[in-house]
Design a protein around this ligand. Sequence first.
Ligand code: KIV
Length: 267
Amino acid sequence: MSIKKITTNSLLKMKVNGEKISMLTAYDYSFARLFDAAGVDILLVGDSASNVMAGNETTLPITLDQMIYHAQCVIKGAQRSFVVVDLPFGSYQSNSEIALASSIKIMKETGAHAIKLEGGEEVADSIKRIVSAGIPVMGHLGLTPQSINKFGTYSVRAKEDSEAEKLKYDSKVLQDAGCFAVVLEKIPALLAKEVSESLSIPTIGIGAGKYCDGQVLVMHDMLGINSAFKPRFIRQYLNLETLINGAVTQYIADVKSNDFPNESESY
Ligand code: KIV
């Protein structure tokens, strides 16, 4: 049976039909395959790989080639899901020519379906240029982790009227520039509702409440791989940290006691 792949058109239809869009980060083949098989609509090869895969404090250190490596792994596990890859810090901010070159490199070397970049009006020219080269672009507003050094905290954004007005304006600019969707990170739910209702493209929320057209979580957060990190917007569906600790502790005990391997596990 042939699989009906998710496209930018199907995502738009989902918004029109009121069907919520599910998105999860993925960074390797094995998890991408599991998430795809479970039916996740969008797999995001997020630059959060810098934190959860490489152990960095911020998303800033990850390089374009490292993002490409993760995307190459994810795409092999994705049969139905739409795969979006983050442009990492430094690969697009200089000018639209560099932004286009980075996007083309990702598309050529990974086979991914779209790129994502952070920012509002200041990246509009880059978005137009990338979109006119035939590459779908997802925007990202609100908390933009690549700008952490400018803001100094990961707290909720756009609580003040002026920042909320700017975010509403930027969301229209991104839509007009050609984005097919926009991530809204850590903003008040009612602001996300207003933005979602005012745009014709889907909004995907993370810490932005239930009125967005879809939701995204970092896989490590929803699977409970680092249960010390638990801001209120995360719903933890598994406690993988405890499960893995139990399994590995048992394995060590079995090896030490010479219980593993037994006869049936030997040739
Ligand atoms: O890199 C990432 O994981 C992201 C999501 C938090 C939206 O950009």
